[in-house]
Design a protein around this ligand. Structure first.
Ligand code: 0X9
Ligand code: ZN
Length: 446
């Protein structure tokens, strides 16, 4: 087990608004954005003077018990057979008391011992390195890759970069080829979910001349957006020690920072498993798509509705393959789609060893990316909860040692979806007709 490094209270107190602003302008200067589409807003969130967050262990079992805990405003991070652990505050524990749910609560900083940033975690991409390395991939791609910004974050000084792989169209040019989008790091502290889509981009660029990869790339329009929440990701590491930050960096006032971007999408927004309280880790924001980050994704997707068939959003952790619905229990009414989702998820699970299930089997949550993509636009949408399985194995901070193995485990699922982006229903077509024959990236067997 790898220890988790956190220094929450110290970190929050050490970061003055002035130092944060100085760091932000450094990033803006060094990153040389290709398309700077917005004004800097000078709305840097002020850190809370005190961190009143609690680690809450509640005695519940089953998805309905977990949903009751989420509905109290607590973000569940650890699931055991008869209990869950997660982040909340004293007001939320009062709700558990009223519901008769037994719990224990300790200060979050006490639950995670403060340690130095592990030296090996320098391998993770911060915003600046990601910007440089994406630009490097474009330069090394022989004309295959292009880079553009889909918008900016709350603070307005960072771009949400999108790397595109298309043998003919570049940047934001239209293409008739079937499209797929991979995303990472909606949630600030889930840094491994930046690495996996980045490494997928790198793999595709470096192997672009291998027949099996060249064949795939020739017929597809591939978009990779590794860091949807650059402000939050930087905020999480800005002090050199992890702060366990989940949301973006909207200044909610009263010292509370951030909106949960994975509760801010506009399909059944504001319903179960999200909170209207700004200090909740699952705060859904003041309105659907209130945040620039989700607005950027919305525009990106809606500009490509005629060709975009599959969306895969990487999160961490728990080793799950999740698919709609998440805002309500039960299968999709559309049985053909339900069968396709099940086949896709089970097939991918054979390769990465993750557990395939409806998002709502984890817990009900409204306003997430995949419910919106499917509900509003019928784009096949999956959430992968990456390694590790549990908080005890490193949780959000599994260490750099997890990067390459997690990418390797998810490469074949990612290529499988890429192949199926013309028609995801091919996955459940009878064998011998149009059923997908997944590629084998190690042997080139397709
Ligand atoms: O709660 C989330 O947003 C996701 N888990 S995470 O630990 N990465 O925060 C899961 C979203 C799954 N969707 C639903 N249950 N609706
Ligand atoms: Zn997440």
């Amino acid at each position: 087990m790898k220890p988790i490094a956190l220094a929450l209270t110290a970190a929050l107190c050490a970061l003055t608004p002035a130092s944060f602003a100085a760091e932000a302008s450094f990033d803006a200067k060094s990153s040389k954005p290709a398309a700077f589409k917005f004004e800097r807003k000078e709305r840097v969130a002020k850190p809370a003077a005190e961190d009143d967050r609690l680690w809450i262990t509640a005695t519940v079992s089953g998805a309905s018990g977990r949903t009751a805990v989420v509905n109290a405003g607590i973000s569940i991070e650890e699931i055991a057979a008869d209990s869950v652990g997660g982040v909340g505050n004293a007001r939320m524990t009062q709700r558990l008391t009223r519901l008769g749910i037994p719990f224990k609560a300790v200060p979050l900083a006490q639950r995670f011992h403060a340690e130095d940033f592990p030296a090996e975690d320098a391998a993770f991409h911060n915003y600046q390195r990601l910007t440089a390395d994406l630009q490097g991939l474009v330069a090394a791609s022989g004309g295959l890759a292009s880079l553009f910004s889909i918008g900016g974050g709350w603070q307005g000084d960072k771009q949400i970069w999108c790397l595109r792989l298309n043998t003919t169209a570049k940047g934001e040019e239209k293409s008739n080829k079937p499209a797929i989008v991979y995303m990472g790091t909606h949630h600030a502290r889930e840094h491994l979910s930046t690495e996996v889509p980045f490494l997928l981009a790198k793999y595709l660029v470096e192997n672009r001349d291998k027949p099996e990869i060249a064949g795939l790339l020739a017929k597809r329009d591939v978009y990779i957006i590794p860091m949807i929440n650059p402000d939050g990701a930087e905020y999480d590491i800005a002090t050199g020690q992890y702060r366990m930050h989940r949301k973006n960096t909207r200044d909610n006032g009263g010292g509370s920072v951030g909106v949960d971007l994975n509760r801010n999408y506009g399909y059944h927004w504001g319903e179960g498993g999200s909170s209207g309280e700004p200090d909740s880790d699952i705060y859904h924001g003041p309105s659907a798509f209130s945040e620039p980050e989700t607005q950027a994704v919305k525009k990106f997707v809606e500009d490509r509705l005629d060709t975009l068939k599959i969306l895969l959003t990487f999160h961490s952790f728990s080793e799950l393959i999740l698919y709609p619905w998440g805002h309500k229990n039960g299968p999709l009414d559309d049985t053909k789609a339900q069968t396709a989702y099940e086949t896709l998820a089970k097939t991918m699970a054979q390769w990465n060893g993750y557990t395939p299930e409806h998002s709502s089997d984890l817990y009900i949550a409204s306003g997430d990316t995949t419910d919106w993509a499917w509900g509003a636009h019928k784009i096949f949408a999956f959430t992968f909860e990456l390694t590790p399985k549990s908080m005890w194995d490193g949780g959000f901070y599994p260490g750099a040692g997890a990067i390459s193995s997690t990418f390797a485990a998810n490469l074949k699922p990612a290529l499988y979806l890429l192949d199926l982006a013309d028609d995801p229903y091919r996955a459940s077509a009878p064998l011998g007709l149009t059923r997908a024959q997944p590629s084998n990236p190690t042997t080139g067997g397709r």
